[in-house]
Design a protein around this ligand. Structure first.
Ligand code: FAD
Length: 327
């Protein structure tokens, strides 16, 4: 019978993105719910430093598959490494971060294993002797509640921001080699290299603080107070879709269902109404401050702090306060 929780952590060139630690936090929480301790899995070549970083968390073990065939990600090699290991250990759940990479291979891995698949979950709870999972559908307009039928391993990916990385419990874990045999695996893809889209494209998912503006800012020529606050806080600037569609900011600043998903420590939403397509991209932020002149704006329903007022008055006042606090 399937038992225990595995967490497959994504890395590239030995660097673990924040969402890997979010998957770790989710896996630990899930294991605690099931009365066990999670085990992490790392695939790559020469990923000893990343494994040592993961070993500082409260895990039963960190299994490292170190193989030249895993130096760069290809779905065939990842499935070739993971499928036999998962089959042999038969964990009840294997938790992944929900990323472009895991979207690329998880369904095929589930099919290879005959395992269940729960992509992009945002939470779970114990109910009626089992687990009930929450996952968004229809671009986040609805939240579906899902119960897995049958026995056997289930592959789960967790949405960015749903399980804060800060929640991952520290501890000490043994690093163990995970034997893989990729000799029979035909490379199904040749990775020629990685290119950052647009060269100077901003990856807002890495930002710790975001000052985000909506249509309420009123135009490209009215960004000075937004830029001043972002500078004072050392923040990135984000935006709702109309700001991008109007050409007030470049496309890589868009946050939401058709933009980036972010989970900073602090998200300041100024002149953003709080449409569902925007909320799905930022509601995982640790602290949300909303500034809007309409007290009934839906953004206030997800805000930890709400300021009703004109953003062109509120933002300069906040900038002044931040500068004063910094001395
Ligand atoms: P509005 O809804 O027009 O709100 C402006 C707000 O500013 C209002 O609440 C107003 O009270 C306030 N305001 C005005 N002036 C001031 C002032 N001086 N001071 C303070 N407050 C002021 N949207 C996204 O953001 N991201 C997405 O990825 C995205 N994807 C989409 C995908 C699809 C398929 C569709 C159909 C829509 C998508 N949208 C997306 C659009 C989304 O539905 C909303 O239209 C959009 O988020 C609204 O942006 P907004 O809040 O800036 O503008």
């Amino acid at each position: 019978m399937a038992n225990g929780v595995w967490i497959v952590l994504q890395q590239r060139e030995g660097q673990l993105p924040r969402i890997s630690f979010e998957a770790l936090a989710a896996g630990q929480k899930l294991a605690a719910e099931l009365g066990s301790k999670a085990e992490a899995v790392l695939l790559g070549e020469g990923v000893g430093l990343a494994a040592a970083e993961v070993a500082k968390f409260d895990l039963a073990a960190v299994h490292v598959a170190d193989d030249a065939g895993l130096r760069v990600y290809t779905p065939g090699a990842y499935i070739g490494a993971l499928a036999p290991a998962i089959k042999a250990a038969a964990p009840a759940f294997v938790v992944f971060p929900h990323t472009y990479q895991t979207v690329d291979y998880m369904a095929r891995l589930a099919e290879t294993l005959g395992a269940g698949l729960l992509p992009e979950v945002t939470g779970f709870e114990s109910s009626g002797g089992g687990l009930v999972w929450t996952r968004p559908v229809m671009g986040g307009k609805l939240q579906s509640k899902v119960r897995v039928k049958g026995e056997g391993t289930v592959l789960v990916s967790v949405q960015s921001g749903a399980f804060p990385a800060d929640g991952a419990a520290r501890g000490e874990a043994a690093v163990k080699p995970l034997a893989v045999d990729l000799s029979g695996i035909e490379p199904d893809r040749e990775i020629l290299g990685y290119e950052e889209v647009g060269g100077d494209t901003v990856d807002l998912s890495k930002a710790e603080i975001i000052v985000s503006v909506g249509r309420g800012v009123g135009g490209a020529d009215k960004m000075a107070s937004v830029e001043a606050l972002a500078k004072a806080l050392g923040a990135e600037i984000g935006a709702s879709r109309p700001v991008i569609d109007n050409g007030w900011l470049p496309r890589d600043r868009q946050i939401g269902s058709s933009g980036q998903t972010v989970a900073p420590k602090l998200y300041i939403a100024a002149g953003i109404s709080g449409a569902i397509q925007h909320l799905v991209g930022m509601k995982g932020s640790s602290v949300i401050v909303a500034i809007n002149k309409d007290p009934g704006a839906p953004i206030f329903t997800v805000a930890d702090y709400g300021i009703v007022g004109d953003l062109h008055e509120v933002l300069p006042a906040l900038t002044e306060a931040v500068q004063a606090a910094k001395g």
